[in-house]
Design a protein around this ligand. Structure first.
Ligand code: ARG
Length: 302
């Protein structure tokens, strides 16, 4: 029988409240995959037996860049260097906080010159970016360093060292929370965890089993309402995502993650980066965020 809303409102379960999400414009650095290839294997995704289509990689990358711009974000481009096939994964080039940029120091010799190239770019950037030079400790930039509100979540276990976490805390003046990665497929923090809302009460998505039991406990305590990814979504690098607070840019293959994001009020924006997956990276790997210095408010003298 039909009942009126006034008599049922107390007993009928209300649908979960979907929060209204607000986007803020971002400033990104990207590197075109002009010289992208798989010519060495430094993570389980890379397979010398699988050919790479560089033209296709470039078209997919151009599409990602155009997508960011279509959503109102600003994209800077660093010149690719011949002989550095992984340079397209710009997230690894360093970490920029408050306009201060610390360039990476890579684990593997094949990628080491990238740290120098990104350092040079930071030093030459005219746009409110100050270079702090290259990290002394083994540090793969935003691959392992993800800002969530006012803390820096920092991965270790495969690439970035614990000593690097301490260096980042000291040089960038930020609280660092160390998280230990245990699955070689999820060798960088940004393959196992995504920051969806970096505001006052941060929201993250992650794959619990990619972390040590102790780090799982840290994440559960800090982020009780986090989105827990499925192994299927993680396995297509569905956690390698970039969020502007409302739109979440991620692979179109992570369909389960798209659904979960919608449930939480986000708008998933799917992109195809299948060629770049062959190097072990997706959307976030291709994107370094240039976080500006806090705007100085003019103060009147006393
Ligand atoms: N082939 C690269 C490496 O193994 C991929 C880097 C992916 N970048 C990232 N931010 N997860 O170093």
């Amino acid at each position: 029988a039909l009942t009126t809303p006034t008599t049922t409102s107390a007993t009928v379960p209300q649908p979960a409240r979907i929060p209204e999400r607000a986007a803020t414009p971002r400033h990104f650095l990207m590197c075109p995959p002009t010289y992208f290839d798989v010519v060495y294997e430094i993570n389980p995704w890379m397979d010398l037996g699988v050919p790479v289509d560089a033209g296709r990689a470039l078209a997919q990358w151009e599409h990602l860049r155009a997508t960011y711009e279509a959503y109102g974000h600003r994209v800077e481009v660093i010149d690719p260097v011949p002989g550095l096939p992984d340079m397209v994964y710009a997230a690894n080039g360093g970490v920029v906080l408050g306009g201060r940029a610390l360039a990476a120091r890579f684990t593997y010799p094949e990628r080491r010159p990238e740290g120098v190239a990104y350092e040079k770019w930071f030093a030459g950037a005219d746009d409110g970016v100050t270079s702090l030079g290259q990290a002394v400790e083994q540090n793969e930039g935003e691959g392992d360093l993800l800002l969530a509100g006012d803390v820096m979540l920092a991965g270790t276990g495969f690439r970035t060292s614990r000593a690097a976490h301490a260096e980042v805390a000291a040089l960038l003046g930020v609280e660092v929370v160390t998280l230990e990665l245990v699955d070689p497929r999820y060798y960088h923090l940004d393959t196992a965890l995504a920051v969806l809302d970096g505001g006052a009460s941060p929201l993250v998505a992650y794959l619990p089993e990619a972390f040590s039991p102790a780090s799982q406990a840290v994440l559960a305590e800090r982020y009780p309402d986090a989105i827990l990814a499925t192994p299927e979504d993680a396995a297509v690098l569905g956690l390698n995502a970039v969020s502007d607070g409302r739109h979440v840019f991620l692979t179109d293959r992570a369909t389960g993650m798209h659904a979960r994001l919608r449930e939480r009020g986000f708008e998933p924006v799917g992109v195809d980066l299948s060629e770049l997956l062959k190097g072990g990276g997706s959307v976030k790997c291709c994107t370094l965020e240039l976080r500006p210095a806090p705007a100085t408010t003019p103060t009147s003298s006393p």
